[in-house]
Each structure stands twice: as structure tokens, then as C-alpha cells.
Design a protein around this ligand. Structure first.
Ligand SMILES: [Zn+2]
Length: 378
């Protein structure tokens, strides 16, 4: 794939539209109910060029650093037709590589495409009855439900099939994944995004306050600390959330950043777990949830893991106990975590951690390399 960034004089109109996209990206990326860490992506098609967010970049940083990769749209479409890997040609060191969801952005005919991991949309997208529940809520909009498919070409193919007979579709609910909205310009797309969000909004369930008796014992162990976000305690104190988490993996980012199983322990065993170092074969988890007590964080937790955990708590707090949920199956989870043909292997991704609210520090480099696998974390 040729990078279309060769020196070129952009028209004032193009510059204005790109500025609008950066502005929109930063705004959407800064809303934790829409985007967590590097997930989500935006694009615009301008005169045969697809400008798309680069892999691994955070939308929230759109005004501070360059994150748009220009690609010849015709070449991307040809790659989709021939099944050629779009991303691998951008694998050279230090080069911005297009998002794993480039194929999806390219085949949607609208000029502006916004893909977000909306907490409210995900809370519907994990439900078996999601399509039925949304029929009334999204009535009058041109929307479609897309059953779960791995990010990249598989997801793009499912969307292509769905929009083939309904090209006017501009809202897509991605099963066990998130939301896509489209528009002819940034303003129209963002307005639609806000409208969809308004219709999908769910009031989070209240949850019992944390019991710090056991949590304080954990705090004595080095590297463990109380969370700076109260909401996280719901993963331990809220019985419905615990039941949901025990069911398995709800969406790819959960598996990638937080593991296949949630480290959820009864209070009686938690101290002995810590005394043994919590060093199972999967290593020390970024967090632990203690039944009826709350949550404690590993100080090595990265900012991406933290954002994903907050998102998970927000999703479970918006999910009713009575809802039958659709979890990713073993094969899908393995696929997400593998370095398969459809995904990226993000070697040497800059990891960060946030010990203080709002403060992002460079990670000290001790954590394992993150394999982003087949998921839209980029
Ligand atoms: Zn995604």
C-alpha cells in the first residue's frame, strides 16, 4: 500500500476538513464513554484519499500529534478485493500504520466514518436480545446490527454484505464490539453519533460501597494500591457485575488488556493469594476484584489497562441481571489474542501508566510486550 503522504499541496478545503476531523477525533477520544485508550478510529475520504487514524494512536491526542495516515482509496479497495494485507506494507519502523479497521472505513461509502467503543452501545451489543431491544430505540434511523466478527477484513466483509442491500445505512451496532456512525461531513457524523448515544443511554446501576477491611490488607503488599475511581469497586461489590464477569469475555479489548478470566477472589482467600505473590502462569494481573469488598490496582497497570477496566465496570453497571448475554467463544478469544492474519502484532508499543488521575507517565518498560492481536485497539 502506497502511503499517499508524498508532498502535495492541499487545498484550503482539504485542510479545513482534516482540521475538522482532528477536532472531532480529539473531542470523541476524550469522552471515556465513547473511547478507551487507543481504541476507536475515525476517517475521512477526500478526493480519492482515505485519511484514517494510525494504529496505536489515541484519538484524544489528535490535536497534539499527527495520527492520520493518507492512503489511496482505490488501492485499499483493491486490497480488500484481493485479500491483501493493508497494514503490513506500513510495518517499517517509525512509520504510522493505518488502523486495523481500515477496510471497514474504506468500504463504507460515506465520507466521514466514526468508530467508537461506546459503553452504552456495548451494553446493548453484548445482549442476545440486542437487535430486538434496539429496534424501538433506533427507530427512524438507518441502522443495522452486525453480529460479532474479528476486526479487520472479517468484520469489513460482514459490513459489506449488510450494506450491499441498504447503502443508506449510517449506523452500525457491532455485536460484542461497539458502534459505527457515518456522515457526509464531520458535523453530520458527530451529530448522528450524539443522537445515537442519546437513544442508547442507560442509567448505571447503583452499587454497594467498598469494604476497605480486606482491601487495606492488600494495600500492605508492595505494588498494590486503592483505585482513584470509585466506580471500579463495583466489579467486586456489585453481585450482578460479578455474575456477568464470571460468564467470560464480553468483547475483545477485555481479553487483550485484562485477560481471559477476571481475578475475582472471595475475601477469605485473598491474603493467601497475595502472600503467594499472585504469580500464576499468567503472571500478576493488573487488578484484583474481591467479592463484596471492591477492587485494588497493581501499580504496574498501564493507562490502557486502566481505561479498559473502567470501561468494563461501566458496561457491567449498565447491564441488567435478567439480560441473557452473548460472550465470545473460546475460538474467538484465541483468535483475538493471537497474532493472526487479520491483525497486527504491536511490538514495542509505547506503554504508559497513570498513577495519578489525569497524569500519564511513560511506562518503565518492565511489562510484557502487548500483542494486540485481531482486535480494534488501534
Ligand atoms: Zn473497535
Amino acid at each position: 500500500m502506497k502511503n499517499a503522504a508524498e508532498p502535495k499541496l492541499f487545498s484550503t478545503r482539504q485542510e479545513r476538513e482534516l482540521a475538522s476531523l482532528r477536532d472531532l477525533s480529539a473531542r470523541v477520544g476524550s469522552d471515556s464513554l465513547l473511547v478507551q485508550a487507543s481504541n476507536g478510529n475515525t476517517s475521512i475520504k477526500l478526493d480519492g484519499i482515505l485519511w484514517i487514524k494510525a494504529s496505536g494512536k489515541w484519538l484524544s491526542h489528535a490535536m497534539q500529534e499527527e495520527m492520520l495516515v493518507p492512503l489511496e482509496l482505490a488501492e485499499v479497495q483493491e486490497s480488500i478485493r484481493t485479500g491483501a494485507e493493508i497494514a503490513s506494507r506500513h510495518a517499517q519502523k517509525d512509520e504510522l500504520r493505518p488502523s486495523i479497521e481500515t477496510a471497514m472505513h474504506a468500504l463504507l461509502r460515506h465520507r466521514v466514518v466514526i468508530h467508537v467503543h461506546s459503553i452504552n452501545a456495548i451494553a446493548w451489543a453484548i445482549r442476545v436480545d440486542g437487535p430486538d431491544q434496539l429496534r424501538k430505540r433506533l427507530a427512524g434511523l438507518q441502522w443495522q446490527w452486525i453480529s460479532y466478527a474479528a476486526s479487520g477484513i472479517p468484520l469489513a466483509q460482514e459490513i459489506e454484505k449488510a450494506v450491499a442491500t441498504a447503502p443508506e445505512t449510517d449506523v452500525l451496532i457491532l455485536g460484542n464490539h461497539g458502534l459505527v456512525v457515518c456522515g457526509q461531513d464531520c458535523h453530520t457524523a458527530e451529530k448522528l453519533l450524539r443522537e445515537v448515544e442519546r437513544r442508547l443511554a442507560i442509567v448505571p446501576r447503583r452499587f454497594p460501597k467498598p469494604d476497605t477491611t480486606v482491601l487495606a490488607l492488600i494495600a500492605h503488599f508492595s505494588k498494590w494500591q486503592f483505585p482513584d475511581v470509585d466506580l471500579l469497586h463495583a466489579l467486586g461489590t456489585d453481585a450482578v457485575s460479578r455474575k456477568i464477569l464470571k460468564g467470560g469475555v464480553l468483547y475483545p479489548c477485555q481479553a487483550i488488556f485484562l485477560g481471559q478470566t477476571v481475578p475475582l477472589f472471595p475475601p477469605a482467600v485473598v491474603v493467601s493469594k497475595f502472600t503467594k505473590g499472585l504469580n500464576g502462569k499468567d503472571g500478576t494481573p493488573p487488578f484484583v476484584a474481591v467479592e463484596r469488598s471492591g477492587v485494588m490496582l497493581n501499580e504496574k497497570m498501564t493507562s490502557a489497562e486502566r481505561a479498559t477496566l473502567v470501561g468494563l465496570a461501566q458496561v457491567t453497571q449498565r447491564t441488567e441481571e435478567s439480560a441473557q448475554l452473548h460472550y465470545l467463544n473460546e475460538e474467538e478469544v484465541t483468535d483475538v489474542l493471537s497474532n493472526g492474519a487479520h491483525g497486527y502484532k504491536e511490538v514495542g508499543v509505547t506503554e504508559e501508566k497513570a498513577n495519578s488521575p489525569g497524569e500519564i507517565k511513560k511506562f518503565d518498560g518492565e511489562r510484557k510486550t502487548i500483542y494486540h492481536g485481531n482486535a480494534c485497539v488501534s
